[in-house]
Design a protein around this ligand. Structure first.
Ligand code: SF4
Length: 234
């Protein structure tokens, strides 16, 4: 059984002392169930209806090439909403976001700040996989973005973590680079929710030298979420 310190070292990070408990890592890295618990801040019927709309969606051409839709996974009462770009091949096959090596790294990143997958909700801007993992087209984003918008409205997270350039640019409606967007608190325009930009776990697997920056992003997001939860933002 590995300790939290060992996982941080595997992320290329010097262990930090924010978390002092000794919870077992396995309970954190176990994938969250695809059976969403009844949402608390949301109308259960509205949430179920939204899931069904996504499942049956044919608004853009991606419905012709997908194996399955990927609605998102996790706790619909979560304070944290994590948003990536679009499903990859394995996500398309399983119908779940962030599986495989990138998903495992995401679990370790969450664990490093005391969170488990079941503590957050994870979604993508696009609910269907672009063929061959190409960049999404603008019309696909336009067709799909209302689903994510409704997810944000239902979940009412205290913090949104935009993972990767595409998600950050889509959520903030900007063409700024990830380097320009990192390191500060943005606001998700529609609902004025704090938003932090960080790297996509798949990028971190290719560029482990950026893990320290991702760690700094997580700490920024954690501090902001705790500030908001503490009522300083209301
Ligand atoms: Fe519908 Fe979004 Fe899938 Fe396009 S990507 S078919 S808009 S769910």
């Amino acid at each position: 059984m590995r300790s939290r310190s060992q996982y941080l070292r595997e992320m290329g990070l010097i262990p930090w002392t924010l978390i002092t408990d000794t919870r077992v890592i396995d309970q954190y890295v176990e994938p969250a169930s695809n059976d969403l618990e009844s949402p608390g801040k949301v109308s259960p019927s509205g949430w179920t209806s939204l899931q069904q709309q996504v499942r049956n969606c044919t608004r853009c051409n991606l419905h012709t090439t997908r194996k399955t839709t990927v609605f998102g996974e996790g706790n619909p009462k979560a304070n944290w909403l994590l948003v990536g770009e679009a499903p990859g091949a394995e996500e398309d096959r399983q119908g779940l976001p962030f599986v495989g090596r990138a998903g495992q790294l995401l679990n370790r990143m969450l664990f490093s700040i005391g969170l488990a997958r079941n503590d957050v909700f994870v979604a993508n801007v696009l609910k269907c996989r672009p063929p061959d993992n190409r960049d999404p087209f603008g019309e696909e984003v336009s067709a799909c973005e209302s689903f994510l918008h409704q997810q944000v409205k239902f979940i009412q997270p205290k913090i949104i973590l935009a993972m990767g350039r595409f998600a950050a640019q889509a959520l903030l409606r900007t063409d700024q680079t990830i380097g320009q967007l990192r390191g500060r608190i943005h606001r998700y325009p529609a609902y004025d929710i704090p938003l932090v930009v960080t790297y996509h776990p798949a990028y971190l697997l290719r560029s482990p030298q950026s893990k320290a920056k991702a760690w700094a992003d997580l700490i920024l997001a954690l501090a902001e979420s705790e500030r908001v939860a503490g009522g300083e933002d209301v």
